[in-house]
Design a protein around this ligand. Structure first.
Ligand code: SF4
Length: 219
């Protein structure tokens, strides 16, 4: 199966459980969720006219809606060009695709996979893949959270901008039978949202995820 790869690059995971971990980020193209504050809107559409060759995708220097179709074997070879043992599938919404084959191939080669998803699509990957669900509730795309995706999460990383987001988080956690790591991530790293996250984390024994990569000048 081929996957539309917008970009593939080495960096540090800057958020939640794996913060500080050197990682290869694989950004997949397309997302129908429509979050107004999305900082990767260039990944939303999957337009055949934007398809480029793999070498061109790897040479990209600016955000653009262009993507290359890459099969699982070739994707592993691209990952092998970096030294990181951690691979993060992000987007876009990576769970619009079946990631079973590529995560299996990576596992066999000794890599750890992580998926960052909105929780609105089935999560298809190896059972050892770390799944980060960043729940997107009541977004313009109209997609509902999937109970199976919420249950599969190893961590819930909630984008928080106002108190109503904490209520939404409680609704998400009520969908799970067992607890998992809960992270509050201040929207746009605003001081007001950060203060709210700290306050709620204290009260509920949750954690605060700061987008650390934005402070150290890596993307
Ligand atoms: S789910 Fe992620 S990629 Fe999709 S619109 Fe929301 S923030 Fe953007």
């Amino acid at each position: 199966m081929q996957l539309p790869v917008n970009e593939l690059f080495p960096t540090l995971q800057g958020e939640a459980h794996w913060t500080g971990t050197p990682a290869t980020f694989v950004r997949l193209q397309s997302c129908p969720i429509g979050c107004p504050w999305c900082d990767t809107k260039h990944t939303w559409s999957l337009n055949p006219a934007d398809q480029i060759r793999g070498v061109e995708m790897m040479a990209k220097e600016k955000d653009a809606p262009t993507y290359a179709m890459v099969d699982a074997e070739d994707l592993v070879q691209l990952v092998e060009q970096n030294q990181s043992k951690h691979v993060v599938f992000t987007g876009g919404e990576p769970c619009t695709y079946d990631l079973t084959e590529v995560t299996e191939r990576l596992l066999k080669k000794g890599y750890r996979s992580q998926i960052e998803t909105s929780g609105t699509f089935p999560v298809r990957c190896t059972y050892l893949t770390w799944v980060t669900v960043s729940p997107k509730v009541d977004m313009p795309g109209g997609y509902k959270l999937l109970p199976s995706a919420i249950e599969r999460a190893n961590e819930i990383k909630m984008p928080v901008g106002r108190p109503a987001d904490i209520d939404k988080l409680r609704g998400v956690l009520a969908m799970r039978e067992v607890s998992c790591e809960v992270w509050l991530q201040p929207l746009s790293t605003s001081p007001k949202a950060t203060a709210l996250c700290i306050e709620e984390a204290r009260k509920n024994d949750w954690r605060v995820s700061i987008q650390t990569h934005k402070f150290i000048g890596v993307r």
